[in-house]
Design a protein around this ligand. Structure first.
Ligand code: ATP
Ligand code: MG
Length: 424
């Protein structure tokens, strides 16, 4: 036998028994977006490497060590997208969607990061993302959070998610704070771990994000960013918290929430669960007012978030572990005899024309009556329609109820649809 080829580590197949949960989440998201008046946008999954370096920031986990980057046949450096915001902004600038306009957009698709695969963390994963351009107030930040809260409610996961909120201030406020933080941390340089030592001068705010408990202990008495906020920054944050409170959305303020990418300012938020173990952030986002200009567009305020679909699906699977798989079919068409395939297909097509909401499975592959009924049972169908040569000669169909809903009956072809409408 030839040697088997396996999927790339950290890149998963989504198998038929898993797709119903994915589809349920995806269609809830599509419906949600339409009900809030957001439009879908689709970007390529590959962009030139420079876009991500410029958008995400050089001193971030993603750019330093997680990107799938390679030279194409022309020697140009390409990267499989590690997130969607950079590409969305690039597309918005390129097609003139942003300048002086208001845009509410969403996308869904695969992202790629070279990370150590584990539960909830993969090398190909999927994000649902929302980006809004042209609005600068806290009202739109609140809308994004409200629409995610509605989704959790619809999917029945509200109880398992907590909203964490912080403000990162404006770049000038951050710069002042940065100096104070560096001065403070320098006193303890020897006690910092290697990552934090490196970041102390390249990206000191990321030290706040450190998972190392010793570093966290040092941070206890560190200067606090919000002490450096001016009036406008404070007003944005209190405006947001007031809107959320009025909408009945609970939140925790987490001053250590800085998020992994460089481009955020003012509002940042994460929806976190403790039901999945370590990879608990299901959704995260914030405001990024500087990014459009940084990527060559006219200055445009922007805010967005991205949701990890695998983590959402894991949460749904954990909570609905008892839910049974939906049946593949409602009706199974069994055919007996050599020349019945044509009539079987014709009946199936007629049913799909007249009862498009029904799932109709046509038997293929021959075999005796017993085998066909076994297949019908396995498909989950409630009813088998049987066409034998006798039935065809008389323009009839035998209706067999597979789940004890009634006695077998033989009906004229044109009565079958009326009967199905009655029982299904
Ligand atoms: P984490 O702290 O878990 O590494 P992150 O800050 O790198 O997350 P973002 O860049 O904010 O993540 O991406 C938004 C969301 O995408 C995350 O909250 C998470 O749900 C999901 N996500 C990120 N990386 C992965 C991955 N490698 N596998 C699966 N989901 C991921
Ligand atoms: Mg990460």
């Amino acid at each position: 036998m030839a040697k088997k080829i396996q999927a790339i580590r950290g890149m998963n197949d989504c198998l038929p028994e898993q797709t119903p949960t994915w589809q349920a989440a995806e269609s809830a998201l599509r419906q949600l977006m339409s009900s809030y008046g957001y439009a879908e946008v689709r970007m390529p999954i590959m962009e030139t490497t420079g876009l991500f370096r410029r958008a995400i920031g050089e001193v971030t986990d993603v750019v330093e060590k997680e990107m799938y980057t390679f030279d194409d046949r022309n020697g140009e450096s390409m990267t499989l997208r590690p997130e969607g915001t950079a590409g969305c902004v690039r597309a918005g600038i390129e097609h003139g969607l942003l300048y002086n306009q208001e845009r509410r957009m969403w996308y869904m698709g695969p992202m790629f990061r070279y990370e150590r695969p584990q539960k909830g963390r993969y090398r190909q994963f999927h994000q649902f993302g929302v980006e809004v351009f042209g609005l600068h107030g806290p009202d739109i930040d609140a809308e994004l959070i409200m629409l995610t809260a509605r989704l959790w409610k619809q999917l029945g996961v509200s109880e398992h998610l907590v909203l964490q909120l912080n403000s990162l201030g404006q770049p000038s406020e951050r710069a002042e704070y940065r100096q104070a933080l560096v001065a403070y941390l320098e006193q303890f340089f020897d006690q910092l771990d290697e990552d934090s030592q490196r970041r102390l001068h390249t990206n000191p705010l990321r030290v706040l994000d450190s998972k190392n408990p010793d570093v966290q202990a040092l941070l206890h008495d560190a200067p606090v960013l919000s002490d450096y906020f001016g009036e406008a920054t404070q007003a944005h944050f209190t405006g947001l918290t007031a809107l959320l409170t009025a909408a009945g959305i609970e939140f925790e303020i987490n001053p250590r929430l800085v998020r992994g990418l460089d481009y955020y300012n003012l509002t940042v938020f994460e929806w976190v669960t403790t039901s999945l173990g370590a990879q608990g952030t299901v959704c995260g986002g914030g405001r990024y007012d500087g990014l459009v200009e940084q990527l060559g567009g006219q200055a445009t305020p922007a805010v967005g978030f991205a949701m990890g679909m695998e983590r959402l699906v894991l949460l749904l699977e954990t909570l609905n572990s008892a839910a049974s798989e939906p049946a593949l079919a409602d009706i199974y068409i069994a055919i007996m005899g050599d020349s019945t395939q044509t009539a079987g297909f014709a009946l199936a097509e007629q049913l799909r024309d007249q009862l498009p909401e029904l799932k109709v499975l046509s038997h293929c592959g021959g075999g005796n009556f017993k085998k066909q009924l076994k297949r019908a049972d396995k498909s989950g169908a409630g009813i088998a329609l049987i066409l034998g040569e006798d039935e065809i000669a008389r323009s009839e169909v035998t209706v067999k109820y597979l789940r004890g809903q009634g006695e077998q009956q033989t009906l004229a072809l044109d009565e079958v649809i009326a009967q199905l409408k009655k029982v299904i």
